[in-house]
Write a protein that binds this ligand. Structure first.
Ligand SMILES: [Zn+2]
Length: 264
């Protein structure tokens, strides 16, 4: 009997490693430009090169919603080499520089937006521009809190009552504001600076988010907590070889200290 149980466990283990565990790489961008203005700005030619690389190597860019449907078991199959593209912060270069390339490659893109900046901050897009991007059916707006705060600092600064109100505004308030302005359900959240704690994970779920995303450099996975799924931030110094290691899973398999993320 004992031997039988051991064999069953071994079989389950090997099936698991053989691919029962579902994984999808999610990339996180910020800004785009003809020239590199700072580390977070990706040169337009580099982004094009990355999209070409995906195409010639048999990758399919799928929407975040499709990938999360797959990881949670609602969507049965997606292409074997699937990758998701997300962009944080709503910078105006998404409209001016990235959108033409997105239309050219016809790839779905999720924009994580914090509403306080929209139609307000100089560097950000307007609500009209966001709605125009969504009419292409390629872009989809999701939440990046209300005004991009540092939850750790605010927790130290505010009384517990004030902090509870503040969290409610950043999670539930942002969702509501985005839904009013975009006219559709907001399902996903990107943690600001990748900062979260156990209480915030519960708060985000309670606010109605189906999943939330960090900048922990690993594939989003069916075995992971849906409120802390990983993403790879792509910055200007990344070469096409670095990019390849993100999407093919080799960076995910590296020991933690050796990962790209350890360098910045
Ligand atoms: Zn951000």
């Amino acid at each position: 009997m004992f031997r039988f149980i051991v064999i069953v466990f071994m079989l389950i283990g090997s099936l698991w490693s053989a691919g029962l565990e579902k994984k999808v790489p999610i990339l996180c961008y910020h800004r785009f430009g003809a020239e590199v203005a700072d580390s977070m700005t990706i040169k337009n030619s580099s982004f094009s090169e990355q999209m070409e690389w995906l195409r010639t190597h048999g990758y399919t860019v799928v929407s975040l919603d499709t990938a999360m449907g797959y990881l949670s078991g609602k969507v049965k199959t997606i292409p074997a080499k699937s990758v998701v593209i997300t962009v944080d912060d709503g910078h105006k270069s998404v409209y001016s520089d990235m959108a033409p390339m997105v239309k050219k490659y016809k790839i779905p893109v999720t924009l994580f937006i914090y509403p306080s900046a929209i139609s307000n901050a100089k560097y950000a897009m307007t609500w009209e521009q966001l709605r125009e991007l969504e009419t292409t059916k390629l872009f989809r707006v999701e939440s990046h809190t209300y005004w991009h705060p540092n939850f750790k600092h605010e927790k130290k600064k505010l009384s517990s009552e004030e902090y509870a109100k503040f969290v409610d505004k950043q999670l539930g308030g942002a969702k509501k504001k985005l839904e009013e302005n975009m006219g559709h359900e907001i399902k996903y959240l990107a943690w600001v600076f990748g900062i979260y704690d156990d209480a915030l994970l519960i708060d985000a779920k309670r606010a109605g988010y189906a999943a939330a995303f960090t900048i922990d450099r690993k594939h989003a996975a069916s075995s992971a907590n849906m409120m802390t799924e990983g993403r790879y931030m792509v910055i200007s110094k990344h070469t096409i070889k670095d990019f390849e290691r993100m999407v093919d899973g080799s960076e995910d398999r590296m020991p933690k200290g050796k990962k790209e993320g350890a360098k910045y």
